[in-house]
Design a protein around this ligand. Structure first.
Ligand SMILES: [Zn+2]
Length: 527
């Protein structure tokens, strides 16, 4: 599809569906699934034919400096083997002739063709290794249109007619639940609808509210023109912030205001635990139902000439549904936590410097934590929100700056092992927590430079603020909360660097600003 020139945002509304409508919706989705698989198959076939042409290999060996020739060679091949979005559109027209056409109109078939083409094109470009066909069990759970004039579309009554919203699909009127008191919904429905998308999601059980007899809920997603609603409670600050994002913590150090080191997505813990419990239950049930597929050590047996068969009990299917529901709940919760943190950061300042991280590398190193916390998603969200307030998100290359090795006191670079969580230099800088220190350095990094410019008194003030950030964490550790290991505070607090552990510091605020740290005993201010 051509990229839209106007800005876009989404609004999602639940649909009220009776049992007859649900039955027809299921049939529509099943037809969409079959058509999508057929399109995927055709696109793959064309790709394989194109790649087995000898000219493809010749085109590949053309040096990348000869851009023009390379492009021309590939374009010619794509044309000859009809491997393009539009060629697949016209294929969809023919594939869509039989019973499927009763469910899926030409426009929707085109959107499915686009989707299939994009999936296969990722293989062609080397961005993916394979495509997924949609199985009958899992199904295809979203379909969309291209415009809001015919076919699947959303209609909103005028206020004098009752202000209600409907999704029209084939002959069904599906009414949408609209909460007019919600400013986000109200703002969204005031904008032009570009097109609508219908989604099907698994509820926790068929008895859940709004679910049909199969336990599915339906939603409409409106693709709207304009910008999303901005809550007035969100303030925008003016400071420049250095941000250091770790797999389980986030440190942000503004140039002037209070610094913070906080665990990343801490409130997700109960959700993660619940998910893990369900996963284990599912595994137990799978083993109990299929003892023939496991050997005496509990490993899955090697497959012989026959396909392995799996028996799914009712209890197993119920657990699988609950797990799917739990996973979605976790994703939604994570998104809201990310949003909260983004607004917390932006309320301090909207010029943000951070290190550019290779999330692929992270996934390899800290797979589980990254999958659960989605730091890449967080950075994208931060970038979007910062841009909408007129700020900047500046991502610095780690290879060029090497800030994690840098000491601004003596200007030397020294590699630290990952287990060393504190920066302490012979030149007298430190001890200071490593993540906070690198966030501080990056806050003072101007664009297009690799060495941060830090005035002497800037460090003096900052050192206090960084210590204050650690003090908050010490307090929490003392209260018995477990913190991520990367923070550098062990549970008993036994491995604290000497100078911090000996002098127990307390924060002094004057006129709301942090001025100094004073000793707890005697309560005499140090300055
Ligand atoms: Zn130094």
């Amino acid at each position: 599809m051509k990229k839209s020139k106007t800005s876009t945002f989404l609004l999602e509304l639940p649909l009220v569906v009776d049992s007859g409508q649900a039955k027809r919706l299921r049939a529509h989705f099943e037809a969409a699934r079959c058509l999508y698989n057929a399109l995927l198959d055709e696109a793959l076939k064309r790709l394989h034919q194109m790649r087995s042409d000898p000219r493809w290999q010749i085109a590949r060996t053309l040096p990348k400096t000869q851009k023009q020739e390379r492009r021309e060679a590939f374009t010619q091949l794509r044309q000859q083997y009809s491997f393009s979005e539009y060629a697949l559109h016209s294929f969809a027209k023919h594939a869509n002739c039989t019973w499927i056409a009763d469910h899926i109109d030409a426009m929707m078939a085109q959107t499915l063709a686009t989707r299939a083409y994009q999936a296969v094109n990722r293989i062609c470009l080397g961005k993916a290794k394979r495509v997924r066909f949609k199985s009958k069990g899992r199904g295809l759970d979203s379909v969309e249109n291209k415009q809001n004039k015919s076919g699947l579309r959303f209609l909103l009554q005028r206020p004098e007619e009752g202000n209600e919203g409907y999704v029209l699909w084939n002959k069904d009127h599906l009414s949408a639940l609209i909460d007019w008191n919600d400013p986000v919904v109200k703002h969204g429905l005031g904008q032009r609808v570009k097109y609508a998308r219908v989604l099907r999601r698994k509820a926790s059980s068929p008895r859940a509210q709004g679910a049909d007899c199969e336990g599915d809920r339906y939603f409409v997603q409106l693709i709207l023109e304009g910008i999303p609603y901005k809550k007035s409670k969100h303030m925008v600050g003016t400071d420049t912030i250095g941000l250091d994002l770790g797999p389980s913590t986030v440190a942000f150090v503004p140039r002037e205001q209070e610094a913070q080191l906080v665990p990343f997505c801490e409130d997700l813990k109960p959700d993660i635990r619940a998910k893990r419990r369900l996963e284990r239950k599912l595994d137990r049930q799978r083993r109990a139902n299929n003892p023939q597929n496991y050997d005496e050590k509990g490993r899955i047996k090697k497959r012989g000439t026959h396909r392995r068969t799996w028996h799914n009990s009712k209890g197993y299917l119920a657990t699988r549904r609950r797990l799917a529901y739990q996973e979605r709940k976790l994703a939604a919760h994570r998104k809201s936590l990310h949003g909260r943190l983004v607004h917390q950061i932006i309320s301090i300042g909207h010029h943000i410097h951070t290190e550019k991280i290779s999330y692929k590398g992270w996934q390899k190193r800290y797979g589980k934590s990254v999958a659960l916390h989605a730091p890449g998603m967080f950075i994208r969200m931060l970038g979007r929100t910062v841009a909408s307030t007129g700020g900047t998100l500046h991502e610095v290359s780690t290879q060029k700056t090497k800030l994690s090795q840098y000491c601004h006191g003596c200007g030397k670079y020294e590699k630290k092992p990952l287990s060393q969580r504190w920066h302490r230099c012979t030149c007298g800088i430190g001890p200071v927590q490593r993540d906070l220190y690198s966030a501080f350095l990056i806050a003072h990094l101007e664009t297009e430079t690799t060495i941060p410019s830090i005035a002497h008194d800037a460090w003096e003030g900052a050192e206090l603020r960084l210590r204050a950030a650690m003090e908050v964490l010490h307090q929490r550790a003392k209260e018995g909360q477990t913190l991520p290991g990367s923070v550098g505070i062990s549970r008993a607090g036994a491995r604290l660097p000497k100078s911090l552990a000996n002098t127990h510091l307390e924060l002094v605020y004057r006129r709301g600003r942090l001025e100094a740290l004073r000793q707890e005993q005697g309560h005499t201010a140090t300055r």
